[in-house]
Design a protein around this ligand. Sequence first.
Ligand SMILES: Cc1cc2nc3c(=O)[nH]c(=O)nc-3n(C[C@H](O)[C@H](O)[C@H](O)COP(=O)(O)OP(=O)(O)OC[C@H]3O[C@@H](n4cnc5c(N)ncnc54)[C@H](O)[C@@H]3O)c2cc1C
Ligand code: FES
Length: 503
Amino acid sequence: MGERLAGRQVSLWVATAGVTTYPSLDSDLEVDVAVVGGGLAGLTAALALKRAGQTVAVLEAARIGTGVTGHTTGKVTSLHRLVYTELADRHGPDVAGRYGQANQAAIEHIARIVAEEGIDCDFRRVSNYTYAESDDALARVRDEAGLAARLGLPAAFTSDVPLPFAVRGAVRLDGQAQLHAVKYLQGLARAVDGAGSHVLEDSRVTSVRDGVPGVVETGHGTVRAREVIVATNVPVGDAGLFAERCYLHRSYLVACPAPAAPLNGTFISVDEPMRSILAIDVDGSRYVLTGGEGHRATETADAAARYRRLAAFSRERLGTGEASFRWSTQDTMPVDGLPYAGTLTPTAAHLHVITGLRKWGLTNGTAAALILADTLSGRHNPWAAVFDTNRKHTSSTGQAGGKRPQLDQAAQLPQPEQPTVAGLRPGDGAVVEIDGEMTAVYADPAGDLLAVSAICTHLGCTVAFNADDSTWDCPCHGSRFAADGAVIQGPAAENLAPRPAPR
Ligand SMILES: Cc1cc2nc3c(=O)[nH]c(=O)nc-3n(C[C@H](O)[C@H](O)[C@H](O)COP(=O)(O)OP(=O)(O)OC[C@H]3O[C@@H](n4cnc5c(N)ncnc54)[C@H](O)[C@@H]3O)c2cc1C
Ligand code: FES
């Protein structure tokens, strides 16, 4: 065991927002639109539809703000590192420009909602910077600044970057923002609930069915709706095979007490290792968040070492104290670089999905939600084609209509030594074979053993223990389960089955 890590393992946003207590679905309900998932995408879509005169029901498996959005960095920006160069190369400048416009419109939408709904979420306008330290990165930020400006974004190259360490230059985008992600979600939920619309927590959806009406099932009730939106980050059940078009990417964050002088802006590096930086005052304390250390969720990770590297960067380059909070989360990355908002499958009529928000979902998720709100209200949306779920796509193997790619990667993972239950210390977990079945065994802090099936309920891969988060993670498509087997994040929709505790 290494030295203990500094800080609480909980996101700053979750730790400082309080908890919502909406009821769960315990009977049948009829509304105009059912929204599955109470994260940024689902709640934004729900509120836009309610404001357009529809009744909505948001079904959230856990509590508002406990998903990916509750673990974000909090930047509200159209400058996604070097996204315009990337998208213009792959899809042409027109698509890159429309991606930028959709994100700019999303920032203004968030600002408007914060003001009109009176959401107290530390929303603050800032400039956002993509900065360069090496010669190569400098050339790339110059190119990105020029391209983004030509595409109509408020972008410029600058060598005046307000960081406490020297950099060569940056793309600067003005009029961007940052916010407290969970307080924002809780404000959206407050605005959605009431007047014939509902926010329902602790209401995990087990199936969605297209039709007239569309049908959404939980274990305790059914919602019938004219239209259904699946906004569970990784689509529940994955009828649209998004696991082939997206992969899950995890990153880590530390929040450290900040020096007195505030950082004036939000920042991300071009050079590796990538570092993402944001400063925020919460409840009278000032923190600097540093994110990075990303990797595919299908790869093994030494989370403790990653947190240590982030904390060292924060101390040494940003002058902060030790980490007060640390957390990690993962988001869906579209292989072709563009988010998805549209029908869940090519033949679906009333079943829609939002996914593939590429780790920039505060704006991409808002834009995607507004696209669906327009579509469902019969309005034209200028960016719908860019986010279209039925566009020609490349699978994550790089082949059209490819096979399940990450299964192959999983097969290449090194096989650890055969663990035994006897060797488990409190807080440890291991997959062991018991009576011919692969069983995931966790020793709780008191040393009592908890056993569940180790077979992922998505497509049957064997889960592995993530010691830092005390979760069972699937190496194939990134599903995550709590120590007791409850699904945290899909594509799996069902919990790991309980097994008798070994003795
Ligand atoms: C480390 C990191 C940092 C990031 N930083 C930024 C940033 O600074 N700016 C930015 O724009 N983006 C950022 N992102 C991306 C952004 O946070 C996400 O794209 C966005 O929050 C995703 O929103 P969502 O609504 O899709 O997902 P979520 O917030 O996860 O919402 C989905 C909800 O669905 C619920 N759910 C799941 N299954 C079911 C079910 N079966 N039934 C009912 N409910 C269900 C979940 O509990 C969850 O609450 C970051 C991502 C990562 C990984
Ligand atoms: S996430 Fe697909 S098999 Fe586990």
